[in-house]
Design a protein around this ligand. Sequence first.
Ligand code: 13P
Ligand code: SF4
Length: 449
Amino acid sequence: MSATSLTLPPLPVDPSIDHEIQAIVSGASTAETCNTDLAAGPWNFDDRPGYGPGSSMGDVIPVGSPRQGELPVEYREASPDELDARVRAAKEKLGGRVMILGHFYQREEVVRHADYVGDSFQLANAAKAHPEAEAIVFCGVHFMAETADLLSTPEQAVILPNLAAGCSMADMADIDQVEECWEQLAEIYGDMDAPDADGLVPVIPVTYMNSSAAIKGFVGRHGGIVCTSSNAQTVLEWAFERGRRVLFFPDQHLGRNTAKAMGVTLEQMPMWNPRKPLGGASAGELENARVILWHGFCSVHRRFTVDQIEKARAEHPGVRVIVHPECPMAVVDAADESGSTDYIRRAIEGAAEPTTFAIGTEVNLVQRLAADNPQHTIFCLDPVVCPCSTMYRIHPGYLAWVLEGLVNGEVLNRITVPQDVADPARLALERMLAAKPPAAPASAWENAS
Ligand code: 13P
Ligand code: SF4
């Protein structure tokens, strides 16, 4: 066959997300999402209206919701020192009226202003635990702000400083695809609500926190539950007490790594690719499945490899390798430990002797841990320093803008989950919060800086 005779049909294009991400999701591109443009101000590449690339593509932007307009020039052109001073001044004026939450992956210039810093489970708890704050400014990504809106009171405004701060993994499962998957599974398993002789329904849907509110709502309506990387095993145990199988989305790696550690074999974990009939699995594979894994992944954690671990061990004998469970299975298997962002923080801070750590997670966190723990040698396994491009969109300029807006009585970039989605989504979250808590302390780390 000549090279020119192969013509691939054009990919269906969803206008709500970046074409590159769609190409990566569909397998048409093996490109990385790491991009040197990230060193620039996000306004240099967030030039389109709407939620922007990397946001939760499964969400149809609700009518009347705010769109990310161009950041006013006074913020774009302000020096880092000026922005820092303006954030501090606005925060001081607002006092207890505002609470700033910062995910561990946020850049240092943002984290220093956060009242609480934590992983996604801890920040969800922090949002729930502070009904006194009129506004919660969430320095993280879209699904985290949605979760804060679900868990906070209706009077509280949850603000995402840059609406284009999404999560490309959350984009990989949209509600239409999940509904379609559920219908196809019902053709194989029959009535999805009917318990068998052991009292187990055919499938319990489990969604990773990194998913849109619409997906959490789906899970809530179908007897399912949310998990985070800090409680995935607890949640799977909860699900197996109620269902014969689990449909786990969107992160195949967290699902596979967690279920494998619980003794589920790889043969019992077929993959569901939403672009293929029956997800690309056979009816027999689905019949024997214990965990059906959605074909999603994190572009940041996918970068880590076994070769990097071997190199770290060769260059640093005795190195302790800890990776996030969003890394591929071979990487988690080759590491010494795996755990959530807070697990990684506690492991480092709890090491009594000076230790060399090689870490497989987002680089902003690794660099901060290295700076905060000079008694240890800490480096990122990935030699290409690449932050999560969507977390990185929370530039201090956006933070200053929304805080000064609050000072002036204006609520900018409010994230509101529509009521019909919010009720079942909250149910799925509450099931998670009521499940046995993770072994680690569940509270976010109160920022002393
Ligand atoms: P944590 O739940 O560990 O904070 O992880 C969130 C995340 O997005 C990791 O990529
Ligand atoms: Fe999403 Fe990955 Fe970024 Fe986490 S690191 S927010 S999973 S894209």
